[in-house]
Design a protein around this ligand. Structure first.
Ligand SMILES: Cc1cc2nc3c(=O)[nH]c(=O)nc-3n(C[C@H](O)[C@H](O)[C@H](O)COP(=O)(O)O)c2cc1C
Length: 192
């Protein structure tokens, strides 16, 4: 099973990189698999630590995909990487092994510390819809325009029916990004 989380890693200059990522568990370890090229890949390779932040604040997912990287951070307990200040829980990771790959290398990471900060508040369909739209945004260059529009139309139903303020805001950032991308794609390249 893949869980969509926010991974924080330490940049070379000491600042923090924040990125949405899908992680899975294998034999008690976390598998982190960034596509090449990726800042997260470079950082985790160099620093050997990262934090997996479990949050239901979908603004962070949509924000990272739309140039909004400034989310409140605080120190982790056992690793030299900052974590999201507001998350439901987090796990602090140390790299145990690395499996190289031309497209998608894998880090296998042990949990050296984990903490719960807030209870799970239940599923929300708009949050799931925002995650799906964020994935579409991360693949805008690879997907046909009509597929994007068709999927957005469907996802918009859940947002309209079930979103709160955060989900509406996150959705509006993603819609704006998609509209901007569509406006810049010439009819010729859109057809190809
Ligand atoms: C829900 C979600 C899950 C994602 N999962 C992954 C992933 O597993 N691996 C990956 O390389 N990018 C993933 N992405 C895309 C990255 O967040 C995005 O490309 C990001 O820029 C990673 O590159 P960076 O480390 O250079 O920022 C995901 C995006 C979303 C919205």
């Amino acid at each position: 099973m893949i869980r969509e989380i926010i991974i924080t890693s330490r940049n070379q200059d000491g600042s923090t990189h924040i990125a949405p990522m899908g992680v899975r568990r294998e034999d008690g370890l976390y598998v982190v698999a960034p596509f090449r090229p990726s800042r997260t890949l470079e950082n985790v390779m160099r620093e050997r630590h990262a934090v997996v932040n479990f949050t239901d604040d979908v603004r962070v997912f949509a924000g990272c995909l739309t140039g909004r990287h400034d989310w409140p951070l605080c120190a982790a307990a056992r690793v030299p990487v900052l974590r999201l200040q507001e998350s439901l829980s987090h796990a602090e990771l140390e790299v145990r092994s690395f499996e190289d790959d031309a497209q998608r290398p894998r880090f296998l990471c042990a949990v050296v510390h984990e903490e719960t900060h807030a209870p799970f508040a239940g599923f929300n369909r708009a949050q799931a819809a925002v995650l799906e739209a964020a994935i579409l945004v991360s693949r805008l260059h690879m997907l046909p325009a009509e597929k994007i529009q068709r999927e957005l139309e469907y996802l918009r139903i859940a947002v309209g029916k079930t979103a709160g303020e955060r989900e509406h805001l996150a959705w509006s950032w993603l819609e704006a990004r998609i509209a901007e991308f569509s406006a810049n794609v010439s009819p010729r390249s859109a057809a190809s």
